[in-house]
Design a protein. Sequence first.
Length: 369
Amino acid sequence: MSKSRQPNYWDYIRVEELLGLQGGLEADEDRLENDEVLFITVHQVFELWFKLILREMRTLRDVFREGIVAEQGLADADRSLRRISTLLRRCADHFQVMETLTTRSYLSFRDKLMPASGFQSAQMRQIEIVMGLRDEERISLGGESSFMDALRAHDGSESSAWKQVAQEKDGGPSLARAVSDWLSRTPIDGIGPEDDGAAAALDQFVEAYTAAHSSEVDKTAAIAHERFASAGDSERLDARYAAEKETLVSFMNPGADEGGATRRWTRAAMLFILGYRELPLLAWPREILDGLIEMEQVFVVFRQRHARMVERVIGRRTGTGGSSGVDYLDQTALSYRVFRDLWAVRTFQMRQGSNPPLTNPGFYGFKNG
């Protein structure tokens, strides 16, 4: 019997193949300057990070696509969220390596890239899709009729990048949709959306929460009035605090075009989970909501860091793919948000002890036996 082949480190992670991929268009890195090899290598590393992020994000999404999400499922989801946020931080840090390029050194090879663009990263577009960015929320790169057109080959045919992204678009509900569906099933004060009297119970919770929030805003406004001297300040503060209270009323009464009753329950569930986070059975749900915010925040920081790196290296030149360059990147950092409701509820949370008392807090305790 022949002895089985023992693995080597270089075979297991394919070192030789990996180190032979930095030759660029010439397919020979000996013909390239160090700056161009650095540029190629950094972007290859980005794509490897994106691969890991995409795998984790799909796994995370699939947890919430289950009809019932068990405690262990939430623990697994939390681990995926932490890994995604860590990977995105490493991606943001990676721009420091790019910033070792001087403007002149990058310009020495930049024109050979045209009309290629980082926008053509299929994996980044896939991450956005899985996360939940909608087509209508996207900012145009240039003259293309849709973001998918920018992924086509130069002859208009369906490139491998186009096919990858198209397949992702057909992959079912996004993470944002799956999380929203999960939240829409959350029992609020012990009553689920399908239970008898659910609508009345939701109304009761929203009314009590709105009243408590209004009282808290009034207390803060009173302190502000004491510490601001002029009549003009007083009028300005009155308007702002009144608007703050009205914003919650509007938030908790979405119209039919915003999702109506289902979205109302989802928004109430966010306030409930975060407002009563000390309850034992809300421990994992609160970690998930906090983790989602952290993940999106890190993603925004990544986009902002990208824009500042580009501005530092090449200023405000037109992008190699024909975009407005830094202006385009800044717009994406500002407007590409998926978990908008989860960000919004930060405005409406109250200090501990200010939430209205629950009628059935025991529902969220650990059960014996």
